[in-house]
Design a protein around this ligand. Structure first.
Ligand SMILES: [Zn+2]
Length: 125
């Protein structure tokens, strides 16, 4: 599952950050998810819980914030939200054609998957 490989990187980066600040516990993590990453919230949360076991992330909360996406046409100057086609009840596919001229459009925003904020407990030295 795609969510697992993404979450492995996220958990690694959180642990690296916590280690840098000598935190002994992480309480909450805010994640920003572009709407065209095509990652499922539930799957991400499940993967997070699984991977946080026996680490300082265990029992912490994962908040997912969604970011709107944007496309840009390569032939005209159109720039705007991406249209999504549902080709089956379980799959959402971004339509990468320009609504103005039917040219080829590229996703310019909405593919990010970033850790925005980590609340951690750092013991007094
Ligand atoms: Zn266009």
């Amino acid at each position: 599952m795609h969510e697992y490989s993404v979450m492995t990187q996220i958990v690694d980066s959180i642990l690296a950050e916590a280690d840098k600040r000598k935190a002994n516990k992480v309480e909450e993590v805010d994640l920003e998810l572009g709407e065209y990453t095509l990652l499922g919230d539930e799957q991400l949360k499940f993967a997070y819980e699984l991977m946080s076991k026996d680490t300082i992330l265990e029992g912490s909360k994962l908040n997912i914030r969604h970011l709107k996406g944007k496309i840009k046409c390569t032939s005209c100057d159109y720039e705007g939200p991406v249209l999504i086609a549902e080709d089956s009840p379980h799959r959402m596919v971004p339509i990468l054609t320009c609504p103005k001229c039917s040219g080829i459009a590229q996703i310019t925003e909405g593919r990010e998957c970033l850790v925005r904020n980590i609340r951690m407990v750092v013991p007094d030295v």
